[in-house]
Design a protein around this ligand. Structure first.
Ligand code: NAP
Length: 332
């Protein structure tokens, strides 16, 4: 089929970027500076996980003390927009990568593009215990930056033993009366610096080898958590006004089920040039990274995707038509 015929949509974008975390906004910056006028579909919330991070200390160059995730994201957004990126505050509901042009449908619009960069990131994992869903927004939270303020002088529980649990737990000590971290092992996964800070913080304490088995409340708000020691089997009830859950993430790839190749955990597979198995479709950031998951690594991967995308578009006439599932990575 000829690339341009009577079925060709009127407006064909060079590139649509799905997602607005560090990967998406960096891809947007590079694509914009390559004059591709990228459309960035932000998703539910601008910035993804970085948009809900309380403090950023390890993004090179962003050295300001007490820099928040939203501030850094806002800088990334304005930098990308300065060079011509167009942000659309909407979420993608459907994609079709089978035709000569790629279709990206949102709640409000439909876009056609020669290429798409998928940077949909990852979302906080749920505990899956009774009460968690019922009290989400009523004491159960996955975002200390968003909700910490509501827990001034309150009893707060943090679940998890990684960097997020400690970093966000430390942030919560600014408000809460006490922050107790419940971890399923007796050793933290978090880095040494955060461990030392947590140990030195008088408001913070740890409950080891323990899991939360239920979250309960009264009058529509959390009042206690039920816990169980994994070593002794002992159970207990802890009074709590807030439960902040930081037990890792899962990739936001459901939209691409059956469309893009994924590993057994749902991470989208790419080659080292960020190309998926479909010509013109790239993926970068946490959707594609189960290992490093840092703002800086996601930004770097977004940069790679945009550079490769630019190369793809400039060579488009010389390569096979985009679209067509099952195309091997080596073929485009
Ligand atoms: P993570 O490193 O995967 O840690 C998740 C924690 O939750 C682990 O301690 C894990 O326990 C625990 N966990 C998992 N499933 C659980 C369950 N069902 N019940 C109870 N506990 C459970 O996740 P993260 O802390 O969100 O960090 C993600 C990535 O972002 C990491 O690479 C991290 O280094 C990075 N990060 C970096 C910073 C920073 O550099 N300042 C800040 C935040 C995040 P086990 O330890 O037993 O597995």
């Amino acid at each position: 089929m000829d690339r341009y015929d009577e079925t060709t949509p009127e407006n064909i974008e060079e590139v649509v970027i799905i997602g607005s975390g560090p990967a998406g906004l960096t891809a947007a910056l590079y694509a914009a500076r390559a004059d591709l006028k990228p459309i960035v579909i932000t998703g539910d919330a601008l910035g993804g996980q970085l948009g809900t991070t309380s403090e950023v200390e390890n993004y090179p160059g962003a050295a300001k003390e007490h820099l928040t995730g939203p501030e850094l994201i806002d800088d990334m957004r304005s930098q990308a927009e300065r060079f011509g990126a167009r942000l659309v505050y909407d979420s993608v509901t459907e994609v079709d990568f089978t035709g000569p042009f790629h279709r990206v449908k949102t709640f409000g619009e439909e876009y056609w593009a020669k290429s798409v960069i998928v940077t949909t990131g990852a979302s906080p994992r749920k505990l899956g215990v009774p009460g968690e869903e019922q009290y989400t927004g009523y004491g159960v939270s996955y975002c200390a930056t968003c909700d910490g303020f509501f827990f001034r002088d309150k009893e707060v529980i943090v679940v998890g033993g990684g960097d997020s649990a400690l970093e966000e737990g430390l942030f919560l000590t600014k408000f809460a009366k006490r922050v107790r971290v419940i971890h399923r092992r007796d050793e933290l996964r978090a880095g040494q610096l955060l461990q030392s800070r947590a140990a030195a913080n008088e408001k913070m304490s740890f409950i080891w080898n323990t899991v939360v088995t239920a979250i309960e409340g009264e009058d529509g708000a959390v009042t206690r958590v039920l816990i169980e020691n994994r070593v002794t089997g002992e159970t207990d009830v802890l009074e709590a006004d807030g439960v902040f859950i930081y037990i890792g993430h899962y990739p936001n790839s459901a939209l691409f089920d059956g469309i893009l190749e994924m590993d057994e955990h749902g991470y989208v597979l790419t080659d080292e040039r960020k190309r998926t198995g479909i010509a013109g479709i790239f993926a970068a950031g946490e959707i594609n990274d189960p290992i490093f998951r840092q703002a800086i690594t996601s930004a770097g991967e977004g940069c790679k995707a945009a550079m490769q995308c630019e190369k793809y578009l400039s060579e488009l006439g010389a390569v096979p038509e985009p679209g067509g599932p099952g195309r091997s990575l080596a073929s485009w």
